[in-house]
Ligand binder design. Structure first.
Ligand SMILES: *Cc1c(COP(=O)(O)O)cnc(C)c1O
Length: 382
């Protein structure tokens, strides 16, 4: 079976560029920080500075992982004495654990908002219901590569004096209304985990902001609370991207737009197959509905995810056809054992609950032969 994300084939495609930069970095004697990291940060800032941005410029601060980036963003936005247990931060109920985990790890309380049943993104009306005098901010997630509904989220945030952290771990390279992802939050973050649309060969992450003072604070937090010279103004941590990862990312960034174009084309092929072939041919009860993309959004398709009416049956067919698949995500966050102490109502967020039982993600990376997969699916219909 072909891998779900074909990183070996990607390496083959750009092998010469990788090997050149890897050799340069290993021979340079400079392994942490240095010119590769500085240049990558400039190139990432430049990338999100394009599009409809009214000439605004962004600063990029790289760090050790997407989860670190979330923790650092929260530390940068926390009240001076840190979060207290009463401080509430709203996150989508249907996503990877990292945003909720980082809130709890810093002593605040995650509050879980329900999602839109079609786009699977955080639902602003559910967010609005959760806001109270203890709410400090929102972590919005650009799930599966599509931007969250920032127009409505920003209205809520402004009305109640909340900040927004944009978790764009899956969506570097996405757009909403012509504006690049990573420009919607007071702070945005991304992850360079190998299987993300822009991934390195280990762990890595970055934060983005246009607020110079915040950028400076973020840089200090990621560097032991210091501007350097062994003076530590605030409590920070050690979180940095190394030179080798930065070099790998600089190569991949040059190819990102062509890869995203291929992912989008793959998604179009799947969509038309499921809507005009699969759902027409199979008996009712076996319908497969692709995650819908809001009109203003251009997704990175970090995941190509469908809702299967009868997931057990759909998975059986995938297995017979030897098509790799993943379940993102099997459980809403409010049902995770680590949040048991919060005594949450198991019935809360009915949509997130239902969606978790239907989702299936299919291979979609730029090195996936979707025509071949659709051929196998066609045979599996019989
Ligand atoms: C992957 C991911 C993260 C965490 O990134 P790491 O680099 O793995 O720490 C955070 N949020 C979301 C939505 C993710 O998909």
């Amino acid at each position: 079976m072909k891998p779900f994300v074909n990183l070996a084939e990607q390496r083959n495609a750009y092998r010469q560029e990788f090997e050149e930069i890897e050799k340069d970095i290993l021979d340079s004697g400079c392994y942490i920080g240095g010119p590769q990291v500085k240049n990558l940060e400039k190139e990432l800032s430049c990338y999100i500075g394009k599009g409809k941005n009214n000439g605004k410029s962004y600063e990029t601060i790289t760090c050790g992982s997407g989860t670190d980036a979330l923790t650092i963003a929260l530390m940068a936005l926390a009240p001076e004495k840190g979060f207290r247990h009463q401080d509430e931060i709203i996150v989508p109920d249907f996503t990877f654990i990292a945003p909720a985990e980082s809130i709890s790890a810093l002593g605040a309380m995650p509050k879980f908002a329900d999602i839109n049943p079609k786009t699977l993104q955080i639902a602003p009306e559910s967010v609005a219901k959760l806001v109270n005098s203890n709410t400090r901010g929102i972590i919005a997630v650009n799930l599966f590569g599509q931007c969250a509904p920032y127009g409505e989220l920003r209205e809520i945030a402004d009305k109640f004096g909340l900040w927004i952290i944009e978790d764009s771990a899956q969506a570097f390279g996405a757009y909403q209304s012509g504006k690049p992802a990573c420009t919607f939050g007071d702070i945005a973050i991304t992850s360079f985990y190998p299987t993300k649309p822009l991934g390195c060969y280990g762990d890595g992450g970055a934060l983005f902001t246009q607020d110079r003072a915040l950028a400076e604070k973020i840089r200090m937090i990621a560097n032991h609370g210091s501007r350097g010279h062994y003076e530590h103004e605030i409590i920070g941590m050690n979180s940095r991207l190394d030179a080798l990862q930065a070099g790998i990312l600089r190569v991949k960034l040059r190819h990102l737009d062509e890869e995203l174009a291929a992912r989008r084309q793959n998604a179009v092929k799947y969509n038309s197959f499921f809507i005009s072939v699969w759902n027409q041919m199979l008996c009712p009860g076996n319908r497969v509905t692709p995650q819908s993309t809001a009109e203003e959004n251009l997704s990175t398709y970090a995941q190509y995810t469908v809702l299967a009416e009868n997931r057990g049956n759909f998975i059986k067919r995938l297995q017979q056809a030897e098509i790799p698949y993943c379940i993102h995500y099997p459980t809403p966050l409010h049902s995770q054992p680590c949040f048991k102490a919060q005594n949450l109502d198991p019935q809360m967020n009915a949509i997130a609950d239902e969606i978790c039982h239907k989702v299936v993600s299919l291979p979609v990376c730029a090195f996936t032969d979707v025509d071949e997969i659709i051929g196998r699916l066609t045979k599996a219909m019989g």
